[in-house]
Design a protein around this ligand. Structure first.
Ligand code: SF4
Length: 312
């Protein structure tokens, strides 16, 4: 479970300017180990309809953070270097403008110098540009893929590269020796929950070289629910029933009823288990072996493999 308020394991965290103690929006269901988060950008140009971050930071395209590199260098003097830095939990570190700003890459170069472990979480195949650098670091990459259906992905994640490019990115990173996991997150009722499609998705990413999967169901917040209903008006009544009337509210999020969540996640978990991948759920409260069989949910456990896990 998330450890809650900062303790001294986070070093001199009050001095930090841009590296933050990872905050799962105060969710008591978060199973992440202590870690830092670092967002090179504010906002996110992927504009996912279901994005949770927009409820906290608003919606807008990715903008570089001011004085980022200077502040990262400053913060490194005050963090606990045993902890992993995740880039990024509420703003993708590889938006289109990263291809010319190189901000994320420059941050990685700084972190590499200090031998700091890094977990990249992204929806972009632009991460492959930095494969050589990541392979030389203690790093792992988690790529989010919610569906192989390019049309659906284009509606749900209009600013992100298509799923096929993300699958290719898995293969490329593995060839370069970077450990890769996948977030199948979120599973949304009647959009990407077909068990056969899910099985195909898990097989595809396993064939590409992913070794860990974390998954969760979509949780409704007023702003993301509005965007979802605008995009899929025929599902309005159904979603309102299962989320607002039959579901439960946890920390400001409308969750589906527990039994339905178990049913939606099972095809991901069962296929991952069959294929020998480690698997976990994210903020579902499903932590028994049936749904959670990995040293970490977020993929941190992949990092230690980065130096000796070259693909033969
Ligand atoms: S990539 Fe993540 S942060 Fe960016 S819009 Fe999508 S869900 Fe939100």
């Amino acid at each position: 479970m998330f450890l809650g308020k900062p303790t001294n394991i986070y070093g001199a965290y009050r001095r930090l300017r841009v590296i933050r103690i990872f905050d799962p929006w105060r969710s008591s269901l978060c199973t992440c180990r202590p870690k830092y988060s670092l967002q090179p950008y504010t906002g996110c140009s992927h504009f996912c309809l279901y994005c949770y971050a927009t409820a906290y930071i608003g919606q807008g395209p990715s903008r570089p953070k001011r004085d980022l590199l200077r502040n990262v260098r400053h913060d490194i003097g005050f963090i606990n270097k045993e902890l992993v830095i995740e880039m990024s939990s509420s703003s993708d570190p590889y938006p289109p403008l990263e291809s010319w700003t190189l901000l994320t890459r420059k941050v990685l170069e700084i972190l590499k110098e200090k031998n700091i472990r890094v977990l990249i979480t992204t929806k972009s195949d632009l991460v492959t540009r930095d494969a050589d650098l990541l392979a030389e670091m203690n790093s792992a990459v988690m790529i989010t893929i919610t569906t192989l259906d390019e049309n659906l992905a284009n509606i749900l994640e209009p600013g992100a590269p298509p799923p096929s490019r993300r699958v290719d990115a898995i293969s490329y990173l593995r060839e370069k020796g970077v450990p890769v996991g996948v977030r199948i997150d979120p599973i949304i009722p009647r959009l990407n929950d077909n068990p056969r499609d899910i099985e195909r998705l898990v097989k595809t990413i396993a064939d590409a070289g992913a070794i860990h999967i974390v998954t969760s169901t979509y949780k409704a917040r007023p702003d993301n629910f509005k965007r979802m209903i605008n995009a899929f008006p025929s599902l309005k009544n159904y979603w309102e029933r299962i989320y607002l009337r039959e579901g439960i509210k946890i920390h400001g999020y409308h969750y589906l009823p527990l039994e339905l969540r178990r049913r939606l996640l099972k095809p991901v978990i069962d296929t991952a288990r069959k294929l020998g991948l480690t698997y976990a759920t994210c903020r579902e409260g499903l932590v028994s072996k049936e749904f959670f069989n990995a040293p970490s949910c977020d993929g941190i456990h992949l990092i230690k493999e980065s130096r000796d896990h070259r693909v033969p």
